[in-house]
Design a protein. Sequence first.
Length: 459
Amino acid sequence: MTNVVIIGGGPGGYEAALVATQLGADVTLIERDGIGGAAVLTDVVPSKALIAVAEAATDTKGSSILGVHATDVTIDLAEVNSRLKKWAASQSSDIRQRLLTQGVKVLVGNAELIDPQHVHVKLQDGTEVNLDAEVVLLATGARPRELPSAVIDGHRILNWKQLYEFTELPSDLIVVGSGVTGAEFAGAYQALGSQVTLVSSRDQVLPGEDAEAGKVIQDVFADRGMKVISQSRAVKVTSTEVGVAVELSTGDVIKGSHCLMAVGSLPNTEELGLEKVGVKTNEAGFIDVDKVSRTSIRGIYAAGDCTGVMMLASVAAMQGRIAMWHALGDAVHPLNLDTVSSNVFTDPEIATVGVSQSDVESGRETANVVNLPLATNARAKMQGISEGFVKIFCRPDTGVIVGGVVVAPKASELIFSIALAVDHRLTIDQMSQTITVYPSLSGSIAEAARQLHQTQNLS
């Protein structure tokens, strides 16, 4: 029986543990903060639940376009946050119980590599143990990046892990950082009733996403009353007697009741003994891995946000599974990021897979593209949806679908059909000839494929 030691109980760690026990290994998992890690306890689960509440508020307020005139919408943030934390704790407990049922030994504490075959663990109760390990998986995640010029106090200046302690809505929330985390929380709190100012160092919010999709979100933010300050950096954030003051690179100072710092993540890799053992990291501290999750040291694997590889819970989980399949001799396919779907949970959502517009415009990829606005879709009209689009990319010569973007409510659900097409190399004709429900938003995906058929014939 192979001894497997997993450091970190987030998606990369607990999914790997379940695979390893299925394959007959003796598995010990060490987690210091709670099973499920940040993804379950302070990030994905509670943040998306908060966003769901914000969506409900938006739908209620905006229902007058459908002829439904709602009364005033009131948000009890104390109740909302209490429920979010309970849901997260419940999910963590469920995962822990599943691990125990499958025979995984779960230890609470901090772990450090002694050498590639031994792990030292300082348990929460103060005792210490050394574990033998034929296979080690590092899945320690990441944490919010903090700036010395904006000291997090958990009261007025916060990172995204601390937002669930609010008992009242912040009256004027300043969000620094317009990436995925900043945009999601900015949109959510604006919908909940806060006045939000979003500070973006770029021309447009969500600079890492499809540019046309980012423009839709920025326009929606503006329409809903959010103030977006573009091409400006926050150089200093300080607490005042009544709130916060944010000094910008332009010299301007903006004031609010609270400030959320959403300026990226740092890997939790400092105290693992990596340098001593010889595990290579990049300049930012992320662990270098190959497509089967191997590090530079034989027998040591890594998965999840600590690797910096497409920092998604779904990718972390797959990296962990792949690591165990490879280490324990099962059939394994290397990680293929070209078929990974990702989603930004703004309102509307942005979902993407495969080849992007920037890939095509830069010449890295050759593809034909169609962008079909949702405003022409019958179901969208019925639901009062006026923003968003479906975009599909295909090879000019074969018509094989290689990528797509969906900007729509529940785009995270709509992207699956395009992801399936990318993964299985379906053609635009195969997609367009599949009958969709009428009326449905998914009908726009088939219609975009039909338009690409015309484009292909003309190219």
